[in-house]
Design a protein around this ligand. Structure first.
Ligand SMILES: [Zn+2]
Length: 483
C-alpha cells in the first residue's frame, strides 16, 4: 500500500503549518520514499533479511532495521525487495515496450545484439521520454549496409547482406564502428544472421574496434543449429575475443544451441578458466521468434515440415509454403517452434551459473513473443519457486548483478545498478515470491505477470500494485563516455 502522508485536503492551513515545521526542524529524517518491512535481497553482499529501505534523489540512502519515514511509503511486508532487472537483450526500444518490460520488473533494457545505426539519435530520441533506463550498441549490420551500398544505414538486404566487403570497405566500416563507440555506444552488436556475407576477417575487425574502448563488449549471434550457412562458429567468436581482448557475449544460448547448449557452456567455462572474457545469456522459452525476412534465404527449397514449425505471430496460424510466400512479401514476425528442444534441456541452460537472463524482447503494435513480457517472472515463478532449479538469490543474480558487472568496465555507472546497497541507484523491484508468475502467451504476448507489485526506476514509482504508470519518464541513459 502507498499512503500519502498528506492524504486529505481539508484543514489545509494546519497541513501547511505542519509542513513548514517539519521542513524547519527535521529535514534530514524524512526521505523521498521508504520501502518498509520487505525481504531485502542483494546478490553481491548476500544480504537476505527484513529491512527498511530509504530513497532520496533517486538513490538508496539507507537500509536499516530502524523505523524510517518518507513522504511516500510502500509497505513491502511479505514481498522481496530486489535490484531492478537488467535486460541486455531488448530489441524494441519504444514506449509500448518499456511499459510491458516494467511490469516484468525490468528497470534497464538495452539493445545489445542488433544495435542501432546512429548512437546520438538513439539517445536523443529517448532522453527524458523513457519509463525505464535504456541503451544500445552500435550495430554492425546497419553500418555494413551503409558501407556496402554507400548510403544511409538500413537493415541489410541483397548485396549489402550477401557480398563480402573489400579491404577498403572493411576499413571504412571499422571507422564507423569506432565513431559509434566514441559517441558512447555500450558495445558492438553483431547479428550475423542478417549479414551472411560477413567474413571471419570482417568480424575479427569488429572485435578490434571494440577493443580500442576499454571494456566495450561484442554481443554476437553466432551460427545457430538451424543457420548452418551463416556467420561464425562459437570457437571463432571466443578466439576473436582472445586475440583482441574485447569481451564477448554469445547471445541466447537457448535458441542458438538448443539441445547442444551444454557444449557451449563447457567451452565458455574452459575459456573463462584461461582468462577469456566470454559470457552468455538465455531466455526461458523453447520457441524462438524471427522476422520473416531473416534467415529465409532459399526458402522455396525447404521441406514441407519446416513450414509447419512456423507460426505467424499476428494470427497464430501455422504456415505452409503458400502462406509463407504470401507473408514474406508483407513482412512481419514468426514464432519458430523447436519440437526437439525439451523443457528439461532449456531448464539446465537457464539454471547454469554461467547464464544471465536476457529476454530478446520484440514487440510491435501488440505483436511479439511472450518473452518480452514474461521472461523474468517466468524464471522466478516456474524455475525458482515451482521447480526449485535454482535458489531465489541465484535467480536474482542472473537478472541483476551479472549483467551490471558485465558492463561496468565500459559504463562505470553500472556499479550503481544491480544492487540493493546504500549509494546504489533506486532501481528496485518489489514482488511476492509466493505468487510471482508470467501470464504472457503466444496469443497474448503482452499479458502482464502476477506478483510484481512495485517497480522503482531511479527512485520513481513506475509500477504501482502491478500497474505501469503512463506519462512519467524516470528512465536514464546507460551510455559509455562520449568524446
Ligand atoms: Zn539473435
Amino acid at each position: 500500500m502507498i499512503s500519502w502522508r498528506l492524504g486529505t485536503c481539508f484543514q489545509l492551513s494546519a497541513v501547511v503549518l505542519i509542513l513548514l515545521l517539519s521542513a524547519a526542524f527535521s529535514p534530514s529524517t524524512e526521505y523521498d520514499l521508504v520501502v518498509l518491512n520487505g525481504r531485502v535481497m542483494d546478490p553481491e553482499t548476500g544480504l537476505d533479511a527484513i529491512r527498511n529501505v530509504a530513497v532520496r534523489n533517486g538513490r538508496i540512502v539507507s537500509i536499516s532495521v530502524e523505523p524510517l519515514s518518507g513522504r511516500v511509503t510502500i509497505d513491502a511486508k511479505g514481498f522481496v525487495v530486489a535490484p531492478g532487472f537488467i535486460d541486455l537483450h531488448q530489441h524494441s526500444q519504444t514506449s509500448e515496450a518499456y511499459l510491458v518490460k516494467a511490469r516484468d520488473g525490468v528497470t534497464t533494457a538495452l539493445e545489445m545484439e542488433e544495435g542501432v545505426s546512429d548512437i546520438d539519435q538513439f539517445y536523443q530520441e529517448r532522453e527524458g521520454r523513457a519509463l525505464i533506463n535504456f541503451g544500445a550498441t552500435i550495430g554492425h549490420e546497419y553500418l555494413r549496409a551503409a558501407v556496402a551500398e554507400l548510403g544511409h544505414p538500413n537493415a541489410p538486404a541483397g548485396d549489402a547482406a550477401h557480398r563480402s566487403l573489400t579491404a577498403a570497405e572493411v576499413g571504412e566500416l571499422h571507422c564507423r564502428i569506432e565513431h559509434g563507440l566514441s559517441r558512447g555506444a555500450v558495445g558492438v552488436g553483431v547479428l550475423l544472421m542478417d549479414t551472411p556475407g560477413a567474413t571471419p576477417t570482417e568480424i575479427l575487425d569488429m572485435f578490434r574496434a571494440a577493443a580500442r574502448f576499454k571494456g566495450a563488449p561484442v554481443h554476437i549471434h553466432v551460427r545457430g543449429l538451424e543457420e548452418p550457412q551463416y556467420g561464425l562458429e562459437t570457437d571463432e567468436a571466443i578466439t576473436d575475443s582472445l586475440i583482441t581482448g574485447a569481451p564477448v557475449q554469445i547471445v541466447h544460448a537457448n535458441s542458438s544451441y538448443q539441445e547442444d547448449a551444454p557444449q557451449l557452456l563447457s567451452m565458455i567455462e574452459a575459456a573463462r578458466a584461461h582468462g577469456v572474457q566470454v559470457t552468455t545469456e538465455a531466455y526461458p522459452y523453447t520457441d524462438s521468434m524471427v522476422s520473416i525476412g531473416e534467415a529465409s534465404e532459399g526458402w522455396e527449397k525447404w521441406p514441407d515440415e519446416k513450414f509447419q514449425q512456423l507460426e505467424w505471430a499476428a494470427t497464430g496460424e501455422r504456415l505452409t509454403r503458400e502462406s509463407f510466400g504470401k507473408y514474406r512479401q508483407r513482412g512481419g514476425l514468426m514464432i519458430v517452434h523447436h519440437p526437439s528442444f525439451t523443457e528439461e534441456q532449456l531448464l539446465s541452460t537457464v539454471a547454469s551459473p554461467l547464464t544471465m537472463i536476457a529476454s530478446d524482447g520484440i514487440l510491435k503494435d501488440g505483436v511479439g513473443h511472450p518473452r518480452v513480457a514474461g521472461t523474468y517472472s517466468r524464471v522466478l515463478g516456474r524455475y525458482v519457486r515451482e521447480q526449485k532449479a535454482l535458489t531465489l538469490m541465484e535467480g536474482l543474480r542472473k537478472m541483476t548483478l551479472m549483467p551490471a558487472q558485465h558492463l561496468e568496465a565500459r559504463v562505470p555507472a553500472m556499479k550503481q545498478k544491480g544492487r540493493v546497497q546504500t549509494g546504489a541507484d533506486a532501481d528496485l523491484v518489489i514482488f511476492n515470491p509466493e505468487t510471482v508468475l508470467d501470464q504472457a502467451t503466444y496469443r497474448e504476448p503482452t499479458r502482464p505477470p502476477i506478483g510484481i507489485e512495485y517497480v522503482l526506476v531511479n527512485g520513481i514509482i513506475a509500477v504501482n500494485r502491478g500497474m505501469a504508470k503512463q506519462g512519467i519518464f524516470p528512465g536514464r541513459a546507460v551510455r559509455g563516455a562520449v568524446n
